[in-house]
Design a protein around this ligand. Structure first.
Ligand code: UD1
Ligand code: CA
Length: 455
């Protein structure tokens, strides 16, 4: 089958009014990726060599988004929403290029699995003209019913056009189908709109092909595979299913998730074996975690790279550009952004490290802040190997702490510190013997005098 060319036509012209959203429905994300991009991924995994997206509502925004996740896709605008067959025909130009297989898919069915698409394509390879992907939903209301006779699919009847007997059929149209490329346009051009909704139904090609004596079959996919998203509750349901699958995949690949139901992955999270993830951890897009790391509870990680045997959290925030090298530690209530924490360096408590390098083995004391921003520009802080920054220090960038440099606690460092130097950026302590007692007595008698005056 692999040598057969395949065009995936993805229908995404719907308005998605039930999302109650200013952005097109199919751009709402699952695991941080627009749902239509999940559909594109599935099409590619099923061997699609060409991609045609049929768009309508929010065309400019759609084109911009598509450029990001499917730069090679062609987009076609369906000006008027006259039905699914009419929508497929908006991509006529692409279909006419002569692909072996045409795979029609919906942009709002993000959990479609590549195996179901490949199975439909396989039927074409075996000689079918049309292979419809069916499924058995717990409640078939609203779906088109698949009407079969002797192992052949003879018709798909939309709910509104069904007889009472037909409504009892549990095998439904998932919406997607594979159509032989050399028949597709001819069959689609024969579709009329003589039905309850007055739309041009893609599903009519089943009867049209059957009447011509062509082979038409149905394949079966899982319910989840066919889950269409119409509102935010269904979006959350799809997200839940996606996360459950991904967690299982991670665990089977050797990652320990202590409470898997509380860990959230992104579409592109990479995580190595023998890494332990404690409860309530969020992985935003662009995260790469090597093996043997520990991610403690309540950490929020996005756009970050974490090497082997690092220790992160609890309650750590790694933002884009955080790059933790082997055995680095970023502890509780620390934020790291656009900064490299080199091998074995420790940033353990209540610290902000942004636009910086922390050299190997350096120790950053509690409450240290890199002051990287003056309200207009960002500046770099370079902390050398083995440096020690005392607690509650402010490093005002641009500034360098040399190798083995020492910064006294509570310093505000505005000038670079040479290698092995000790820098104080604060007033020296003054101690006055007996002064504490004297002060206490003075304050007590003042308070007593005030109380007497009020009586
Ligand atoms: C469709 C199927 C139905 C199936 C169901 C599965 C048809 C006629 N019916 O019904 O058998 O059980 O999906 O969910 O195909 N679209 C366009 N332009 C249009 C019309 C639709 O782009 O003019 C897109 C929509 O954005 C959507 C998809 O096609 O992504 C399906 O359209 P929709 O109106 O939701 O079809 P259903 O009535 O759900
Ligand atoms: Ca639908």
């Amino acid at each position: 089958m692999s040598q057969r060319s395949c065009l995936s036509v993805i229908l995404a012209a719907g308005e998605g009014t039930r999302m109650k959203s200013a952005i097109p429905k199919v751009l709402h994300a699952i695991a941080g990726l627009p749902m239509v991009a999940h559909v594109v991924k599935a099409a590619e995994a099923a061997g699609a060599t060409g991609l045609a997206l049929v768009i309508g509502h929010g065309a400019d925004e759609m084109r911009k988004a598509v450029q990001k996740f499917a730069p090679k896709a062609e987009t076609f605008v369906q000006e008027k929403r006259l039905g699914t067959a009419h929508a497929v025909l908006a991509a006529r130009e692409a279909i006419a290029k002569g692909y072996d297989d045409i795979l029609v898919m919906f942009g709002d069915t993000p959990l479609i699995d590549a195996a179901a698409l490949a199975a439909a394509r396989q039927k074409l390879a075996e000689g079918a003209a049309v292979a419809v992907i069916g499924f058995r939903p717990p409640n078939p209301t609203g779906y088109g019913r698949l009407i079969e006779k002797g192992g052949r699919l003879v018709a798909i009847r939309e709910e509104k056009d069904c007889s009472e007997a037909e409504k009892k059929i549990g095998f439904c149209n998932a919406g997607m189908m594979a159509v032989a490329g050399n028949q597709a346009l001819r069959l689609l051009d024969k579709v009329g709109n003589n039905n309850a909704k007055g739309e041009f139904y893609l599903t009519d090609i089943v009867e049209i092909a059957g009447a011509e004596g062509l082979d038409v079959v149905a394949t079966e996919a899982s319910f989840e595979s066919a889950l269409g998203i119409n509102n935010r509750a269904e979006l959350a349901e799809a997200e839940g299913i996606w996360q459950t699958r991904r967690r299982r995949e991670a665990m089977l690949a050797g990652v320990t998730l202590i409470a898997p139901e509380t860990v959230y992955f992104s579409h592109d999270t990479e995580i190595g074996a023998d890494t332990i993830v404690e409860p309530n951890v969020w992985f935003g897009p662009g995260v790469k975690i090597a093996s043997g790391a520990k991610i403690h509870a309540f950490s929020h990680i996005e756009g970050a790279t974490v090497a082997s045997y690092c220790d992160v959290g609890p309650f750590a925030r790694l933002r884009p550009g955080a790059d933790l090298r082997q055995k680095a530690k970023v502890g509780n209530f620390c934020e790291v952004k656009q900064a490299t924490i080199e091998e074995g360096a420790k940033v353990n408590h209540l610290t902000y490290i942004g636009d910086a390098r922390v050299g190997a083995g350096a120790n950053i004391g509690a409450g240290t802040i890199t002051c990287n921003y003056d309200g207009f520009s960002k500046f770099f802080t370079d902390i050398g190997e083995g440096a020690f920054v005392g607690s509650n220090s402010a490093l005002v960038a641009p500034v360098t702490i040399g190798k083995g440099g020492y910064v006294a606690s509570g310093s505000v460092i505005t000038e670079s510190v040479p290698d092995d130097a000790l820098a104080f950026g604060r007033a020296r302590q003054k101690t006055l013997p007996g002064k504490g007692k004297e002060l206490r007595e003075r304050f007590a008698s003042a308070a007593a005098a005030k109380k007497r005056a009020a009586e």
